[in-house]
Write a protein that binds this ligand. Structure first.
Ligand code: AMP
Length: 451
């Protein structure tokens, strides 16, 4: 079996891997690391869970440290673009971990935290910047950062970048990059639009791919239950009480849907956190930390917020609503069955979601087993406590009222267009508006060797 030593990585990086307990590279790492060390461009088809972060982080750290350069003010040597804040944070953590024996600085740049602090961080120059595209462009527009010194560019989760409407931001960033650079491009799927985007960034790339999404889908035990939209909440409550759960992720299609689920569960005595784009950065981080530690083992999430969440031990994924993009289903159920462990994915399917299920089955080539509704479902449902009307989630500060939906730089669609498939259109509580989202600061400059 290949071990990390044979891939040509420098000793300080091998030491960090050994300290973490990683001995054998994953398939994407075996394929990508030698290519990247050689300085070639890379086009990788791989999803989270395959070890793709280390596949680009390890050889990049190797190259940067093999050719040390003084930092230049308002410049960086490596830029990693991520579609979401959570993924950006995790990538930065990985750089820190793998580079802990090197003296390279890492900064995480994303929206939702105060910009002046990020401007200050970049002032003296940074080796590695991990950023979401929107905030990166804001900083460039404020002359806080120039991309002219970028030697290595990573575009991670390119398919998600396009889904989130980052295409124009990416094109702008592309124009600001030096032509002489190394580019590493990763995507879980490679339809033509993504391949075209890759072509515009890459020069004579080596292509590597591992475990197409269907493989993950085949490892997860998939189940489905046909249920009316209005009865899903009761069904979820009953299943969460009866299923042997270690950690469960519940997916809703909308942010308000996620909040509603949390309220209903609370009324039934089940504590859960929600994670989505209307939550402040500290709220998101707390929810993730409590999920990780097992303190709050049920997390209700929208697709975007859950992208890239890397938490082991997720035993159950509940699709409270099915996604209308079949690939999203694969991403969702890939949150369980990570690192070879098996997991269960259970989809609640209302009548008007059946066409979504058919597209999903076509993609995954897996037909879920059908579960019956719990015994005495209707009687049990009638007995469940419901949240009082005034306990319904209030709109968080700064959130737009329905009907003014627009894409935000960091991901999720806000406001209108959020009604779940088949879900009743509910009147929103009034209020909201105004308040700026000021989060606890996560995007600090960190020196890889400081820990
Ligand atoms: P990623 O696909 O980058 O999200 O990585 C998935 C998980 O695998 C992360 O928790 C990594 O820390 C872990 N991981 C990455 N490479 C290895 C390896 N060679 N051996 C064991 N675990 C790994």
């Amino acid at each position: 079996m290949t071990d990390f030593t044979s891939l040509g990585l420098a000793a300080p990086i091998l030491d960090a891997l050994a300290a973490k307990g990683y001995t054998n590279p994953t398939p994407i790492q075996q394929k990508a690391i030698p290519v990247v060390i050689e300085g070639r461009d890379l086009c990788g088809i791989a999803q989270t869970g395959t070890g793709k972060t280390a596949a680009f982080a390890l050889p990049s750290l190797h190259r940067l440290s093999a050719n040390p350069k003084p930092r230049r003010p308002k410049a960086c040597r490596m830029l990693v673009l991520s579609p979401t804040r959570e993924l950006a944070s995790q990538i930065a953590d990985s750089f820190e971990l793998y580079g802990k024996n090197l003296k390279l600085s890492v900064a995480t740049i994303f929206g939702g935290v105060p910009i002046p602090r990020q401007i200050k961080q970049l002032a003296t120059g940074i080796d590695i910047v991990v950023a979401t595209p929107g905030r990166l462009l804001d900083l460039i527009d404020q002359h806080a950062l120039s991309l002219r010194d970028v030697e290595i560019l990573v575009l991670d989760e390119a398919d998600q970048m396009l889904d989130l409407g980052f295409i124009h931001a990416l094109k702008r960033i592309h124009r600001l990059l030096p032509t002489k650079r190394q580019t590493l491009f990763f995507s879980a799927t490679m339809p033509k639009t993504i391949a075209d985007l890759g072509d515009s960034f890459l020069t004579d790339p080596i292509k590597v791919s591992v475990a197409p999404p269907s493989t993950t889908a085949e490892r997860v035990e998939q189940r489905a239950i046909f249920v009316n939209q209005a009865e899903k909440q009761a069904l979820l409550t009953m299943r969460l009480k009866s299923d042997p759960i270690d950690r469960a992720l519940v997916f809703t299609r909308t942010k308000h849907g996620a909040d509603r689920v949390v309220k209903h569960l609370a009324a039934a005595g089940i504590s859960a956190n929600a994670i989505h784009g209307n939550k402040s950065q500290p709220q998101r981080e707390r929810a993730l930390a409590e999920f990780r530690s097992g303190q709050s083992p049920i997390l209700v999430a929208t697709d975007i917020a859950a992208r890239g969440i890397d938490v082991g031990g997720v035993s159950h994924v509940y699709n409270f609503e099915l996604p209308n993009v079949p690939e999203q289903y694969v991403h969702r159920i890939g949150r369980t069955a990570r690192a070879g462990a098996d997991g269960v994915a259970i989809s609640f399917i209302a009548d008007d979601e059946k066409p979504y299920m058919r597209s999903i089955e076509k993609l995954t080539r897996v037909k879920p087993a059908i579960d019956a509704l719990p015994e005495n479902f209707l009687q049990e449902m009638a007995r469940l406590p419901k949240p009082k009307a005034d306990e319904r989630p209030a709109r968080p500060q700064g959130q737009r009222p329905q009907g003014q939906g627009q894409r935000r730089h960091d991901g999720e669609r806000s406001g209108g267009g959020e009604r779940p498939a088949g879900g009743p259109r509910r009147r929103r509580p009034g209020g909201g508006g105004g308040g700026a989202r000021v989060g606890a600061h996560k995007g600090a400059v960190r020196r890889t060797g400081d820990r």
